[in-house]
Write a protein of this length. Structure first.
Length: 491
């Protein structure tokens, strides 16, 4: 089945004229029809529009276009519902945007299309990317393809589930505190969070502007390197994108990791870490050592403050960013007797419980009398956390940790306890606070039930080449990424 293949496998077939873009796209659409009623990875998709794009790509191929010129030629890629795609719905997993349709493409999406990709479908997500389980969507809960009684992670759970279930060849997600890496780990796929500023955020509906970053979900590390290369680069429409040259990430995947130093932070091997997760990560560390890497114990002393710092900074920025959703300019409108009542009623009806909780928290920490005590202090601690990483990267090339403390939990298991849910991102949050890059790759499974476990690699700002080199070497020496979930039968 074509939908089960990787980007590199499919582009090789396209180059040899063995398959068409239409055949690949139809294979993904057929898989969505087979399994998505039970998984609910997608909020919506336009089958006719996807096939029309595929036929246009096939015409390009007939005219001489090749994957050497366009690295994603003929590849169907779905997008998290927080990214703008021209003439497609943009709801951010929320009721407040109503029937809003994007009038333009996000820069990352524009670059995918320029590289020949077929961009189709809106993947489900926690509302406005606020959550760790994709249970906070106004459009229903996404299920984990490995066990549909369990969550896929969040907030990009739909994007991760779509790749794990072979409903798309690759997808886009966003990562504010682990929202790519955490669902990638729980669904058994590769999830890459690039360095802040590596990929333009133009066209991304902001949750926390200093933390958000766009990245890919793929079936292997090589595909992640390809997509990163396509999307990276400075953008005059985004002042936070960084004008640095874009390396050939794929060329770095040569398997040569002898002498590279991997840091093992003692603070991440915590008491609450599941025994099977710890065993899988320990085995991965030994495997990398066997491949020639040197393991060095390091310390990140301010790790304990990361979760508290994140939930002050992120909620403060969310409070400011979501003020634009007022019922006046676009989206849902609930009329009132005056503008204040309209504003209150619209936001009350349009936002879900988790979004309201974070707006309230953010408004509180920014309020007069509390700004210095909470927000300003959190920004100072954030600097200490970043400095911990920069100091560590003077000694090591990459840092290795578990991606999540446990495997996927049951739907509804933590929804009544927000603090327990927030701790799901304990290993991923620091990466966003520090602005560095991170990737999660499969490194094993729990035994009963069989659920994926993720290994996280972190590297210095713009250190994606080394990070991907190590991730690829590990991946190619194991078979974890080749495993497929036992998908539910079609109704």
């Amino acid at each position: 089945m074509l939908n089960q293949l990787t980007i590199s496998e499919l582009t090789a077939k396209i180059a040899r004229r063995e398959v068409s873009a239409r055949e690949i796209t139809q294979s993904c659409l057929d898989q969505i029809a087979r399994v998505d009623k039970k998984i609910h990875a997608f909020i919506s998709y336009d089958a006719a529009g996807a096939l029309a794009q595929a036929e246009a790509v096939d015409e390009e191929i007939s005219s001489g276009a090749t994957p050497a010129q366009k690295p994603l030629l003929g590849i169907p890629i779905a997008v998290k519902d927080v990214l703008a795609v021209k003439n497609q719905p943009l709801n951010c997993g929320s009721k407040i945007l109503g029937n809003f349709v994007s009038p333009y493409d996000a820069t990352a999406v524009e670059k995918l299309k320029t590289a020949g990709a077929i961009v189709f479908g809106r993947c489900n997500m926690d509302e406005f990317a606020m959550g760790s389980s994709t249970e906070n969507s106004a459009f229903g809960v996404t299920k984990n393809p490995w066990d549909i009684t369990r969550i896929p992670g969040g907030s990009s759970g739909g994007s991760a589930a779509a790749v794990a279930a072979d409903e798309a060849i690759a997808t886009l997600g966003t990562d504010t505190g682990g929202s790519i890496r955490q669902p990638a780990a729980l669904c058994g796929v590769v999830g890459l969070k690039p360095t802040y500023g590596r990929i333009s955020r133009y066209g991304l509906t902001a949750f926390a502007s200093s933390l958000d970053q766009i990245g890919p979900f793929t079936k292997n590390v090589a595909d992640a390197a390809t997509m990163l290369g396509v999307m990276s680069g400075a953008d005059p429409r985004d002042s936070t994108s960084v004008p640095r040259p874009v390396p050939n990430y794929s060329a770095a995947l040569d398997g040569k990791i002898c002498g590279l130093k991997i840091g093992l932070p003692r603070e991440y091997l915590i008491g609450g870490l599941d025994a099977e997760v710890k065993a899988a990560v320990d085995a991965a560390v030994k495997q990398l050592e066997k491949l020639g890497a040197e393991i060095v114990e390091i310390s990140l002393p301010h790790t304990d403050y990361a979760v508290a710092t994140y939930y002050i900074v992120a909620t403060a920025e969310a409070s400011a960013n979501l003020a634009r959703f007022d019922g006046i300019r676009y989206g849902l409108r609930v009329d009132g007797n005056d503008p204040a009542e309209l504003y209150s009623k619209t936001r009350g009806a349009g936002f879900g419980a988790e979004v309201k909780r974070r707006i309230i928290l953010g408004t509180y920490v920014l309020s007069s009398g509390y700004y210095d005590a909470y927000y300003l202090r959190a920004q100072k601690v954030r600097t200490l956390i970043r400095n911990d990483f920069l100091k560590a990267f003077e000694k090591v090339d990459t840092i290795i940790t578990p991606t999540t403390p446990t495997a996927a939990f049951k739907v509804g298991e933590k929804s009544a306890d927000p603090l327990q849910m927030y701790l799901s991102d304990i290993f991923t949050i620091s990466c966003n606070l520090a602005g560095i890059c991170g990737v999660s790759v499969p490194c094993g499974f729990t035994k009963s039930p069989k659920l994926p476990i993720g290994l996280q690699l972190l590297s210095k700002p713009f250190g994606e080449e080394t990070m991907l080199k190590l991730a690829h070497a590990y991946e190619q020496s194991t078979d974890w990424h080749k495993e497929k979930p036992p998908l539910p039968p079609r109704d």
